[in-house]
Design a protein. Structure first.
Length: 210
């Protein structure tokens, strides 16, 4: 391995250390209480070193969130094989629940912590490349369900938010050990299926009441 390759490898390793230390601190102490200096102390480098890789802790959080969305995107690679959009929606819900339960740290950063969303939205020209893909996929499935008259036509964004909010609530309760109040924790996916089916049926039947 030449000098250039060693330097590149070292850069990758340092960046990985920064992200891993930041993840732990963000989860243990909360994003607002973490400073660049705290992160530097954990990895035993100077704060100046961290600034060579990231502009500030917001940028670190942004990259961690994108890492999480990449993992979720990989889980959704199986959706294209499902022709029925409602079945596809159920499977996407399964993937979402599975992601949250398998990667609670990422899920916490992406969807629960009170991070500076307005600041993050300004980064990368307002584009969350992988995050936007996940949301666009949900919207496209909802739109197809409407086009094929599986559910009543309506505002795609509102319906997508309702479905996402329901599944997010289940995952949030499960990873916070609150699920046992109503349902067996092992039945998160089953409960999600029942919830989506009830929601879709309600939306479909509502057209008969207009």
């Amino acid at each position: 391995m030449g000098i250039t390759e060693r330097k590149e490898k070292q850069k990758v390793e340092i960046k990985k250390k920064i992200l891993e230390a930041s993840m732990k601190l963000f989860i243990d102490e909360g994003f607002e209480k973490v400073s660049i200096r705290k992160i530097a102390n954990i990895i035993e480098y100077s704060p100046t070193t961290i600034y060579l890789y990231f502009k500030d802790k917001n940028e670190i959080l942004f990259e961690l969130c994108e890492e999480g969305f990449i993992l979720f995107e990989k889980l959704n690679s199986n959706l294209s094989k499902i022709s029925n959009p409602l079945s596809r929606l159920h499977k996407m819900g399964e993937n979402y629940v599975g992601f949250g339960l398998q990667h609670p740290e990422y899920y916490d950063l992406m969807f629960i912590q009170n991070a500076p969303m307005d600041r993050l939205a300004q980064m990368n020209d307002g584009k969350w490349i992988h995050g936007d893909r996940a949301l666009d996929l949900l919207r496209s499935i909802i739109k197809e369900c409407m086009t094929k008259k599986i559910i009543k036509k309506g505002d795609i964004n509102s319906v997508s938010m309702a479905v996402w909010g329901m599944v997010h609530g289940l995952v949030s309760l499960a990873i916070r050990k609150r699920f046992t109040k109503l349902v067996d924790p092992e039945k998160v996916v089953e409960t999600m299926h029942q919830g989506i089916s009830w929601m879709m049926k309600t939306m479909d039947q509502s057209k008969n009441k207009i």
